[in-house]
Design a protein. Sequence first.
Length: 292
Amino acid sequence: MRDFSTDHRWLSINTATVRFSQGKPVPLDRILDACAARGIRAVSPWRDQVAAVGVQPIARQLRSLGLKLSGYCRGGMFPAIDEAGLRAADEDNRRAVDEACELGAPCLVLVVGGLPGALDGHPLHKDLALSRQQIADGIHRLLDYARQAGMPLAIEPLHPMYAADRACVNTLEHALDLCDLLDPGRSGALGVACDVYHVWWDPKLQAEITRAGQSRLLALHVCDWLTPTTDMLNDRGMMGDGAIDIPRIRSWVEEQGYAGYSEVEIFSAANWWQREMGEVLDTCIQRHRSAV
């Protein structure tokens, strides 16, 4: 197991972690400058943050600062109520692949979606099996395009509390079943993003990490599960502040040969997004050394 106690070479910052500073939005170019100034070597930006500045300017800035990407957030959201919606999702996902390639991402993370309309508070049907079939079909279509572009796809299973609105792939087992179905030869084009916030509770977690192996473990996301959790989406904890045994999960991942970044991804409307960005980044560095 790699020793993080003396440096932060393997720390990446998911830019949602510092999307806000003292409650105010922070442009992505400022986030990148602040990360580079602290010796942080990698980031994982969100598409809306990239779009607000521009893909090409961000790509140039990343190269200028010597920053790598640990992933690109996000593709997915495949389910739709009709054929027009499915086509729109396909088109948007191909654009996401193109952006990930231009930015030099090692993978495009897929948050696959749930019931159409549920994210806006009004599910248009309750057929979860249909959504799951549309997800499998959508990934299958995207995989051909992504493979030609040389961009691996990383399915991210989300905690079951998100099954209705954000992702009805909720376990590593389910995500790996999709990988086996769509890429049985383990070509490297399809794998998983293991986010400890979403999977830490799973009694099959160690076995499924072993099943994934090096070829399918494309990303590792870290933060902590607070008790009590006061908001389903925006109350994640800083590493070391909650219930997750992050070092143990990291050891299982690294036993399979994973040698990539530990990507800190924290949504925290009432706490960390209310603090100054520099304080949050400095805390991420400290906790990466002591609690990851």
